[in-house]
Structure formats: structure tokens, C-alpha cells
Design a binder for this molecule. Sequence first.
Ligand code: PBG
Length: 342
Amino acid sequence: MVTQSPDSSDPLTPMPNNPQRPRRLRRTATHRRMVRETVLTVDDLIYPLFVMEGEGQKEEIPSMPGCYRFSLDTLLEEIHELSRLGIGSIALFPKIPAHQKDNEGTESYNPNGLIPRTIRAIKQQYPHLLLITDVALDPYSSQGHDGIVRDGNILNDETVAVLVKQALTQAEAGADWVAPSDMMDGRVGAIRQALDAEGWINVAILAYSAKYASAYYGPFRDALNSSPQFGDKKTYQMDAANGREALKEVALDIGEGADLVMVKPALAYLDIIHRIKQKTQLLVTAYNVSGEYAMIKAAAQQGWIDEKNVVLESLTSMKRAGADLIVTYFAKSAAGWLSVAD
Ligand code: PBG
């Protein structure tokens, strides 16, 4: 091992008789609270929820223990509990029956479809709950892709035209923020223009700007039965190896009118969250995805890690990296843990 002599020009090199003792400020819980740089609160959290047709249904998702597909009535009961816990915002994802799926995702803009009906029912009972809806074709696509497929390719502009109809349908039903997660080029601008033209100037766009082609989405696709029927999503979602490209995607989305930008997944992409935060004044959102949830749940169920502490440490790391908001399946548990002072 090479040993280096102390370099007096490097302030981090301990000098003999250095009076600095960082441990002084870690001595008690009160000290640690006072000097804490990052504080996670329930207002940082967005809870994703899965909705399906039917009545009295609440199906646990096998690869996401503690997460369920709800029919509208049980969803409303769940939301009652969430508001009690102080959760201010939810993101809705639909499980669409196979017979309503087609290559064009036609059901995605049915004004009486599952999502518009769900939005209206929630808004009637919980007008202050901030509702975020997913704009993408995959839950509605017989191909399990986020766009229209022709000859094995995902068509961009034809898909954007459908996404615009979907976003307008959601805005009309009462969505507060529409969140395009499809990664088609130009969709944020097209959606913004259409919303403004129809008078939905106060509906915001939460853009999945840096969404990676990730293996961490598996459990989510189980939840919605929305896995790609062929190939993968690498021609539209980003390559995991690219960082600068995320800055390009963010710049484009801001230029097109995004109100907030998002990085997805979160934990393997904390550097991306950090880099984006340095470049924009817009709020940065992190999506702590299904695979990240499943890993912690699985290890905790084995008794191999302490769930509460691992979850709070992970969520705090996302905020420390630069996330202002975090979409997480742990929102409900975290809201409970955060309400009890330690
Ligand atoms: C699809 C979409 C996906 C997720 C959110 N929206 C999956 C995908 O892109 O295949 C994943 C969320 C998660 O894994 O928690 N538009």
C-alpha cells in the first residue's frame, strides 16, 4: 500500500493536532436533528395506486407485497386512510382488461374509461387530493408497448397524437397533473399546446424526462399485465449508460413546457438526479420504482434488513441527491413512520 505524507494544500488531509472533531456535532440525537441537512416529509411523497374494474376488489400484487389493485370502491376507502396519514398526492395507473386493449390504445382516451371515471369519483369526495395521471399507451396496448407498433417499430408522431387525446381526456375528468411516461419525442410540447388550446391552462405536466430502459420495472408490469409482447423498450427509453443525454432530454422537455421533470428509476440513478438538479430551477421528481420496492420488501421479509430504516435511508438519499418530490410505493408506510417522532 502506498502511504502519502500529509499534504498541507489539501484541507481534507488531517493535520497533526487538527482541532476539528466532526463527532462533536453527532454526539446526541438532538445534535443530529439540529445539524441535519436533509429532512424528508410526507409532503415530498407521491403514492402510486393501481385501479381496476369491479366492485369490492383488493388484489395484492405478488411481486409487490403490500401493494394492491383496487376497484373504485375499495380505492376510495384506501384514499380515506391516505388523507388521514397526510398524503397529499397520488399517481393513478389502470389495469385494463385484455379485451379493451388494441394496438392504437383507443381505450386510453375513452371519456368513460376506467381512469376518467376514477378521477371524477375521487375528485367528488377528495377535491384537494392532487391527482396525477399517467400518459402512455402501454396499459392499453395489445402489444404492451408505450406506442403504436407497425412492422416491429414504435411509431413516434402517430403515438403523440393519441397521447394528446389521452391527456385531454384526463384533464377534462379532473386530473391536476398529467405525467407522460412514454418517452416519445415531442410529446410534452404537443400535450401543452393541446391543453392550452382547450382551456386547461392550470393542468401541469410532470414529464418523465429521463426515463431509462430499466430492468427494475418488472413488478409494475406484473401489476398491470403490461409486459411488452415482443422486444424491449430500448428504442424509446434511455440507455442506462448515458448521463449527459438525460440533460438533453430535460432541456427539451423544459423547452416544450414541462412544469416538473422526473428521473426514473431513482436509486441506480442518483447521479442523474444530482446532475439535473444543478441544471434547472424546475422541481425534480424521482420515481422509486417497483423493482426497488420489491427488493427491499423481499429482503425485509427474510429478516435480512430492517425495512423502516432501509426505506427512510433510501428516500432520504434521493432527496439529498436533489429530488424535490419522490414517487414511491413506500409513501403510505413512510407517512406513518414520519408522523412518529423518533
Ligand atoms: C409505462 C410505465 C412503466 C412504469 C411507469 N409507467 C413501466 C414501463 O415503462 O415499462 C414503471 C413504474 C415502476 O416500475 O414502478 N409507461
